[in-house]
Design a protein around this ligand. Structure first.
Ligand code: RFL
Ligand code: PHB
Length: 390
């Protein structure tokens, strides 16, 4: 079997890259370790930057997103029972974000890929990448006990944080930067109306809480928990009680409770790999970087990488120029580090750390009061939240 670009991973990065390359006339095959239903069952991101929506439109998958996505022109930050609204649209000259689940983005991209007759191989076991430091790379895998091989020009490593692509790079050729936070987010999805029409990010003495949503009838809530917390220790009732304790009285009163559809704990981490290109192998999305979810940047960064990489590869095939390929790593990393900074700073502002000294606690309070009183500080948050230019 042969293709132009072998894409490892059918998450948002791999699927969007495949869709953008298809528009540019570049052939791809996607190899995914899990089943389609498994990938669609993962509940993750919910907030799309306008640039991400534009890329999805360019990839030809905007119809349902335009119909069902919720346009948000602001969000709230809570601190010590006070609430501050960040007016995204007013502060950024008319920009907004769209609330639309990652599951839905993934489904739209999968459906469009299937409709176009493009190849995606699910449940590919033991995927291995070979010879990306030569002109003739290839990918091997096992499916239903049968060994397969795909020859290609390039390999796109879109296989997430635990994937095989980054791990295949010799350790001397890659530099890793990492910060692991001493807590995670316990998330609950429930078919209850959201307690607020806009997201609330709350810093509370008991820990951070986030009120988000997927639709007017489906809510997504998170509470900060210790990194080693057992999800089994959290009954629905315990979750709802804890969430209410961390919200201001008005929001707490409006929380409608119900049985959880999904409940899981995600660890919080900041991580960047440098560079993002190794000969004919590229890393994109969570394979290359992780941000704590506080800034809602992970999926959006994955989309940005897919855009830069699709442009570089299209240029290679269309114009016989490798300038974009050579520039990919630096171009993508420049934007990645800015998103890392924003996600880290919002995480530091909004969470409680056991190790915080009274001085650091006062610094966090002062930081919040400064944001409250300064339009410039609010503008800085707003322009990052709606997304820096691609
Ligand atoms: P994914 O989605 O992890 O997809 C990688 C795919 O590769 C497959 N794979 C392999 N396939 C073949 N062979 C192998 N050896 C393989 N190893 C792995 C995997 O099965 C998988 O299907 O990475 P991608 O495409 O880079 O997308 C990244 C995003 O998923 C991620 O950044 C976001 O979900 C992060 N995130 C958020 N991002 C936002 O932009 N806005 C948000 O509001 C937001 N909220 C969140 C989040 C992530 C969360 N968790 C669970 C970490 C909220 C949470 C709770
Ligand atoms: C979500 O809805 O899952 C969500 C929203 C905003 C975030 C993180 C997650 O910052």
């Amino acid at each position: 079997m042969r293709t132009e670009v072998a894409i490892i991973g059918a998450g948002p990065a791999g699927l969007l890259l495949g869709a953008l390359l298809a528009r540019a006339g570049v052939e791809t095959v996607i190899l995914e370790r899990k089943s389609r239903d498994y990938v669609l069952g993962r509940i993750r991101a919910g907030v799309l930057e306008q640039g991400t929506v534009d890329l999805l439109a360019r990839a030809g998958v905007e119809a349902r997103l335009r119909r069902e996505g919720l346009v948000h022109e602001g969000f709230f930050m809570g601190f010590a029972n006070r609430r501050l609204r960040i007016d995204l649209t007013e502060l950024t000259g008319g920009r907004h974000v769209t609330v639309y689940g990652q599951t839905e983005v993934t489904r739209d991209l999968m459906d469009s890929r299937d409709a176009a007759g493009l190849t995606t191989i699910y449940e590919a076991e033991d995927v291995a990448i070979h010879d990306f430091d030569r002109d003739t790379p290839c990918v091997t895998w096992v499916k239903d006990g049968v060994h397969h091989r795909l020859d290609c020009d390039f390999i796109a490593g879109c296989d997430g944080f635990h994937g095989v692509c980054r791990a295949s790079v010799p350790s001397g050729a890659i530099q890793l930067f990492e910060k692991v936070y001493p807590f995670g987010w316990l998330g609950v999805l429930a078919d209850v109306p959201p307690c607020s029409h806009e997201l609330i990010y709350a810093n509370h003495a008991r820990g951070f809480a986030l009120c988000s949503m997927r639709s007017p009838t489906r809510s997504r809530y998170y509470v900060q928990v210790p990194a080693d917390e057992d999800v089994g220790a959290w009954s629905d009732q315990r979750f709802w009680d804890e969430l209410r304790l961390r919200l201001d009285p008005e929001a707490a009163d409006r929380v409608v409770t119900g049985p959880s559809i999904e409940k899981s704990i995600a660890p919080l981490r900041s991580f960047v790999a440098e560079p993002l290109r190794f000969g004919r192998l590229f890393l994109a999305g969570d394979a290359a970087h992780i941000v704590p979810p506080t800034g809602a940047k992970g999926l959006n960064l994955a989309a940005g990488d897919a855009y830069y990489l699709s442009e570089a590869l299209a240029e290679h095939y269309r114009e016989r120029s490798d300038a974009g390929i050579r520039a990919y790593s630096e171009r993508a990393l420049a934007r990645i580090w800015k998103s890392e900074r924003f996600s880290w700073s919002l995480t530091m502002l909004l969470h409680r750390f056991d190790t915080m000294s009274p001085f650091e606690q006062r610094m966090q309070e002062a930081d919040f009061r400064y944001v409250e009183s300064s339009r410039a500080a609010q503008t800085a948050i707003a322009e990052n939240y709606v997304g820096l230019p691609l």
